[in-house]
Design a protein around this ligand. Structure first.
Ligand code: AHR
Length: 503
């Protein structure tokens, strides 16, 4: 099949917020314990964090990380994780029926994040707790000295405040599974008052209010309307969550979920605009897509396990072996965030290590990159700058979740320094190669500087990076591409992802 596309240097969508490439990590499964933290591991540093995992994390250049949950946060006492470790309580985590030892708390995590070069985005518990705990947590983290909570932090060995600028007001409060689940108006009021208290600590602080847990919720998008009606003028972002799966083994329908996600973003954009107009508000609220990823390979079995098990410590949970089509889906979702970067300012891949993650780490053993690590890394490293509109004229298909879906999934980012252009292109077709003809208006003298490919070359859609074969899905240099006189010509094999950089 053939596809034509056009980019123009001056046809821009938005300046991308670097935080589009953020991540999320929760106290659940083996994400923290034996994921990032394992004092007995051969690579553990003096703080007990795994250096093999840190190396993989650092190579992603993640701008921000949401912590400590997730469903976990809705019954979490942050004070359990501070002070001398031998005096910290062991608690039952109601979200995942697990045992939480509290050996990692805010100070240990902050040290890890600093070491990894990542800014923290913290969530407060609005399930079992309220404004006062949020206020105390912010004061412990952000206030310099001379008050109860700031001096307690200093007693705990942390002289300088963390100055955390991003605060999430609870997690998935629309979900009946959430401990302390609330009605929209009730939550909107609480979020409004909590946001005011959190923001009292400094002008730069931004808050994220909970939107729907996904676009299938019965209360979506009425939830967003009612919540924003209560708190629009006091928050900066509304969160979106969405997880993806291909249980029916229908690859084209799976990829059409990228377009469905675009509709989700568009719908919430509409709700934001409606409330802004209704309130005659001056401020803007943007989207923080703070949980997104593939989650389906072991989902049913995992759900059965955690509902029945006897409160284990750091159990195996949501450890997915991602395959080629998962990598393409993740690449396509990142493309969608780039295409919608006027609305979506922050997005967090969920999660980072072991639990539905780009990085896997065996207890006492090796760490490796799953297939989805690669498109995430490429977007994070080269997707910073200004998103350019790409006009596509090519074959399309209809699927169950969306109609008129393009086989070519493409996004382009003009680097912040204006010197290079990154193109992220995917051929979604499972069986046909694509001849791409891309006009690069405004880049007439540009030359190819890199072309990396995932897939093609007979790699099957369901082949995965596993413990036994951790490098099965790995980028390789592409060779069927030319850039000449402002035109890029390429042959994209079936089911392939391409990072193309020109300068
Ligand atoms: O990321 C796993 C879980 O998915 C999170 O705890 C929750 O917020 C969402 O339902």
């Amino acid at each position: 099949m053939k596809a034509r596309a056009t980019i123009h240097k001056d046809f821009t969508i938005a300046r991308i917020d670097d935080r589009l490439y953020s991540a999320f990590i929760e106290h659940m499964g083996r994400a923290i314990y034996t994921g990032i933290y394992e004092p007995d591991h051969p690579t553990a540093n003096a703080q007990g964090f795994r250096e093999d995992v840190l190396d993989l994390v650092r190579a992603l250049d993640i701008p921000a990380i949401r912590y400590p949950g997730g469903n976990f946060v809705s019954a979490y006492n942050w004070e359990d994780g501070i002070g001398p470790r031998d005096q910290r309580p062991v608690r039952l985590d109601l979200a995942w029926r697990s045992r939480e030892t509290n050996q990692v708390g805010i100070n240990e995590f902050a040290g890890w994040a600093k070491d990894a070069g990542i800014e923290m985005m913290l969530a407060v518990n609005l399930g079992t707790r309220s404004i006062e705990d949020a206020r105390n947590f912010v004061e412990y983290c952000n206030y310099p000295r001379g008050t109860y909570w700031s001096d307690l932090r200093r007693q705990h060995g942390v002289e300088d405040p963390y100055d955390v600028q991003m605060w999430c007001l609870g997690n998935e409060m629309d979900g009946p599974w959430q401990i302390g689940h609330k009605e929209a108006k009730e939550y909107g009021r609480l979020a409004d008052e909590t946001s005011k208290a959190v923001k009292a600590f400094g002008r730069g602080i931004e808050t994220v209010v909970c939107g729907s847990s996904n676009d299938r919720m019965a209360t979506y998008p009425e939830w967003e309307r009612q919540v924003l009606d209560e708190c629009y003028e006091n928050v900066d972002y509304i969160s979106l969550h969405k997880y993806f799966g291909n249980t029916s083994h229908n690859t084209l329908n799976y990829f059409a979920k990228i377009d469905e996600t675009g509709r989700y973003i568009q719908a919430i954009g509409g709700v934001i605009d409606f409330i802004k107009a209704k309130k005659r508000a001056k401020n803007d609220v943007h989207i923080c897509f703070d949980e997104w990823n593939v989650w389906y390979h072991n989902r049913e079995q995992d759900t059965r396990n955690w509902r029945e098990w006897d409160w284990p410590e750091a159990p195996e949970l949501l450890e997915e072996d991602y395959n080629l089509e998962d990598a393409l889906l993740v690449g396509g979702l990142l493309n969608e965030f780039i295409r919608r970067s006027d609305r979506v300012k922050i997005a967090c891949i969920a999660q980072l290590v072991n639990v539905i993650a780009p990085i896997r780490a065996e207890k006492g053993g090796k760490a490796w990159a799953t297939s989805i690590y690669h498109p995430y890394q490429f977007a994070s490293l080269y997707g910073r700058g200004t998103a350019l509109d790409v006009a596509v004229d090519g074959p399309r298909y209809n699927a169950q979740v969306a109609h008129d879906v393009s086989y070519l999934d493409i996004a382009a980012v003009h680097a912040a320094d204006g010197r290079s252009l990154a193109i992220f292109a995917i051929n979604r077709s499972p069986d046909e190669a694509m001849e791409l003809d891309l006009a690069l208006n405004g880049f007439r003298d540009a030359r190819l500087i890199d072309h990396q490919v995932l897939g093609g070359e007979g790699i099957g859609a369901r082949e995965a990076n596993t413990s036994a074969d951790p490098f099965r899905i790995t980028p390789r240099k592409g060779d069927r591409l030319s850039v000449d006189d402002g035109t890029l010509r390429a042959e994209l094999p079936p089911l392939s992802y391409h990072l193309i950089r020109i300068a």
